[in-house]
Design a protein around this ligand. Structure first.
Ligand SMILES: [Zn+2]
Length: 304
């Protein structure tokens, strides 16, 4: 099987201030990982439409970002989320890329897509940019699959080291979706306590700092993979963040490259079992360049 990658060079133009961990070099590192995989189809991503963005965000929020963009403003939207010339385009391409990856899985004869883009999306809330994220990309793609393709069971799986608070906020209670996240706790953004999900279609699981391969795999094998299996998804969308890697500077989990191959393999198994192999992933975090390159390579290998 080949893996179709959706990306765009304009995702490099989003430039947070010097020293910011979510920097353009991340995308280059991720694409170096992709380049080492055989059987890759590369596609140029296009921007998400206003209609797609509006699946997760209100008109005031979208208008505000557009007018800041048109004014060429350089502004901090929160303590660590920056917007400047090129940022809105990069974020619209990121949201568009995962929507295209979903389209590709649902309509094409090839079942695997990977949006290799930046900025990430899973912290963006309906009316608030947050945690390096402007648009709630993966939630948008899930709601697009429900609305445009009448899917009844879309599983959104998030193994980024941070809780996908934005994805949860958008998808909580949304018919046709299930959101499953594993993340380090305590850690930014402080949400995602397993005992109080915002709705019945949300499953949060946390790992304490210094957890490694064994704890991660056990959590997925015992709790999260069986929940996906029981849901019988028609499509799996993955928030693929690689910042639980032991080299990552933003968190304290100890995953290795091969753990990302393992989780990819497990998710592919479920996709083959329930949804003709249909799986679309989107790059979220991962802030050590070598760790990111190797993790993207390992995860991508599992998808082909
Ligand atoms: Zn993260």
């Amino acid at each position: 099987m080949s893996l179709t990658v959706f990306s765009h060079a304009d995702c490099l133009a989003h430039q947070p201030p010097d020293g910011h961990p979510e920097r353009p070099e991340r995308l280059e590192a991720a694409l170096r990982g992709i380049d080492q995989i055989d059987r890759i189809d590369q596609h140029e991503a296009g921007e998400a439409s206003r209609e797609q963005l509006a699946l997760a965000h209100g008109p005031n929020y979208l208008d505000n970002l557009d007018s800041l963009d048109q004014a060429g403003t350089r502004i901090a939207l929160d303590a660590d989320t920056h917007l400047g010339p090129g940022s809105v385009r990069a974020a619209k391409l990121a949201a568009g890329a995962i929507c295209q990856a979903v389209e590709h899985c649902l309509l094409g004869d090839k079942q695997r897509g990977f949006a290799v883009i930046r900025p990430p999306g899973h912290h963006a809330e309906p009316a608030q940019a947050m945690g390096f994220c402007l648009y709630s990309t993966v939630a948008i793609a899930a709601l697009h699959a429900v609305k445009a393709h009448s899917l009844k069971r879309v599983a959104v799986v998030d193994f980024d080291v941070h809780h996908g608070n934005g994805t949860e906020a958008v998808l909580a209670g949304a018919p046709g979706t299930l959101f499953i996240s594993s993340h380090q706790s305590p850690l930014y953004p402080g949400t995602g306590r397993p005992e109080d999900p915002q709705a019945d279609n949300v499953i949060n699981a946390s790992l304490p700092p210094e957890s490694g391969s064994n704890e991660f795999r056990e959590l997925w094998l015992e709790h999260l993979l069986p929940a996906i299996d029981a849901y019988r998804p028609e499509l799996i969308i993955v928030s693929a963040g690689f910042d639980a890697h032991y080299l990552d500077p933003l968190a304290q989990l100890r995953l290795k490259d091969e753990d990302y191959y393992w989780i990819g393999e497990q998710l592919v198994k479920l996709a083959n079992q329930h949804c003709q192999g249909r799986l679309a992933a989107s790059l979220e975090g991962g802030y050590d360049l070598k760790g990111l390159e190797n993790s993207v390579l390992a995860f991508g290998e599992a998808l082909v």
